[in-house]
Design a protein around this ligand. Structure first.
Ligand SMILES: Nc1ncnc2c1ncn2[C@@H]1O[C@H](COP(=O)(O)OP(=O)(O)O)[C@@H](O)[C@H]1O
Ligand SMILES: [Mg+2]
Length: 476
């Protein structure tokens, strides 16, 4: 399951709430384990009992043994009858567990938002729907499963009576002693016991089966297609990036990128600007191969990026986003995330270069301060600076900044720009920024609208043109 979390494509993870995946990983896996434990126990001991009593019964009286052998397994038919009827409830039960988990996760993550808009009652009502669904499915499945065992016992007792009657008849005819009959009846009881016991753990087995289907659905989700065989291994490039007639949509219905053509030569700083939702982040996602394009070609140094090893490709880029990614660990470990063997001097240097050093050294534990993604020790802007320090340390050959500096004050932004300049020197970089002042010095500004590049050029050229960019800039 965990491996799948790491290897599942983003498109799969986008569509599953984290709480649901967590429920699969905890509760559902537990259910499978429990079902297996019970099942294996019963099957092993049951199998042995059945074989031994079978042999013993056959040595005593073949026709009566035949009655037992033919009729006892009939109890399995009742098991099947009820199992079929409760299977759906078990599936719903397992799914609604996931929904309850997802609701809990969403409400924990959005606690502030819910309080802000006083939506507690609405959240509770929504939760009640899932909870009620779980309750109903739970009741139905338990009820059905609880019926199975008495029913199969009932059938086995009928078989017992039939055997007793046939046996009595044989005894009256003088072909068998009463002693032998009572031994035979004892074997009959033993023989049916495993069948009763298996029906007794039906609930666990079915619950395990329902959980297994959810767990394996996630494990066997469509994985990122493997890197091409003979994929090209790279660790340095000169950074020529090309887009040729690229089309892309997230869901195969709404085209987000439309016949995009672009050519960037190594070392250029490219800015992407345009209204929110025009597809800037999408272009970044395509460059990183977080999603694969529908048609066309993206190249780096003339080679289709599909030919590169996926991990190598991603390591070519250093990426900074508006959201910050911090891991549970010390500040030092967070800065050195992509280069765990960095020396303390290197880490300190990176922190100084990105203006982190001041606020880190003011913390009581300095670089050893423990943080995680929800940490309140650092402000949003400081978290961002840490992420920049992380990049500074690995100095990747190409850079992507997607609204990276939008939560940093303008004064700090200037500082950061200067350190970025150092970092991006001679490297191809893609910069998405809302504050147009940040991108004035870029070599090429691409103005996007609705998934297409509608203007491109330097700041001066675009201003002179008095088009879309000019209006954006004036408005800004
Ligand atoms: N993971 C996704 N799945 C489906 N649609 C998406 C996804 N990410 C973005 N979109 C859609 O793609 C369009 C472009 O988004 P994006 O590239 O993030 O815009 P922006 O230029 O603001 O960065 C938006 O309409 C958005 O709804
Ligand atoms: Mg964006």
């Amino acid at each position: 399951m965990f491996d799948s979390i790491l290897t599942a494509p983003l498109s799969v993870l986008d569509n599953l709430p984290a709480g649901d995946i967590m429920t699969r990983m905890s509760v559902d896996v537990e259910q499978i384990a429990y079902g297996l434990l019970q099942g294996i126990n019963q099957i092993f001991s049951g199998f042995t009992t059945i074989i031994i009593t079978l042999v013993l019964m056959l040595t005593i009286n073949i026709p009566t043994a035949a009655v037992v052998i033919i009729f006892t397994p009939m109890s399995l038919l009742t098991v099947r009858f009820f199992a079929k009827r409760s299977h759906k409830s078990f599936m719903i039960l397992s799914e609604s567990r996931g929904k309850v988990g997802a609701a809990a996760e969403e409400n924990i993550n959005n606690a502030k938002l819910i309080k802000l808009y006083a939506c507690e009652q609405r959240s509770l009502d929504e939760f009640d729907v899932y909870n009620e669904e779980m309750n109903k499915a739970g009741f139905h499945s338990q009820f059905m499963a609880a019926l199975v065992n008495p029913m199969s016992r009932y059938i086995n007792y009928i078989v017992y009576i039939i055997v007793a009657l046939i046996g009595a008849y044989i005894v009256i005819n003088g072909q068998m002693s009463i002693g032998t009959l009572s031994v035979f009846l004892a074997y009959t009881n033993h023989f049916s016991k495993p069948f009763n016991e298996i029906s007794g753990i039906m609930q666990e087995l079915q619950s395990a089966a329902a959980s297994a289907s959810r767990v394996f659905a996630f494990i066997y989700c469509d994985k990122e297609p493997a890197s091409a065989i003979n994929s090209v291994r790279v660790n340095s490039v000169s950074g020529n990036v090309g887009f040729e007639n690229v089309d892309f949509s997230y869901d195969n219905t709404r085209k987000i990128i439309n016949n995009l053509n672009l050519s960037v030569s190594g070392g250029q700083k490219i800015a992407l600007v345009g209204p929110t939702g025009c597809g800037k982040t999408t272009i970044i996602n395509l460059l990183m191969r977080f999603y694969d394009i529908d048609s066309g070609k993206i190249t780096i140094d003339g080679t289709d990026i599909k030919a590169y090893d996926r991990t190598d490709l991603r390591l070519l880029y250093g990426m900074m986003l508006q959201e910050t990614f911090l891991f549970s660990g010390t500040i030092r470990e967070n800065i050195a995330y992509a280069k765990p063997d960095a020396s303390p001097e290197e880490i300190k240097e990176a922190a100084i270069a990105t203006y982190c050093y001041n606020f880190i050294s003011r913390l009581p534990d300095g670089f050893e301060t423990h943080i995680d993604s929800n940490t309140t020790v650092l402000s949003q802007g400081q978290k961002q600076l840490l992420c920049i320090a992380r990049l500074m340390l690995i100095k990747p050959p190409m850079l992507i900044l997607d609204e990276a500096t939008s939560s940093i004050d303008t004064r700090l932004e200037k500082h950061i720009q200067r350190s970025f300049m150092r970092l991006t020197e001679g490297k191809t970089s893609f910069i998405v920024a809302h504050r147009l002042s940040t991108i004035r010095d870029c070599d090429k500004i691409l103005v996007m609208n609705k998934g297409e590049i509608i203007e491109s050029g330097t700041h001066a050229q675009l201003i002179e043109k008095q088009g879309f960019y000019y209006n954006l800039y004036k408005g800004y």
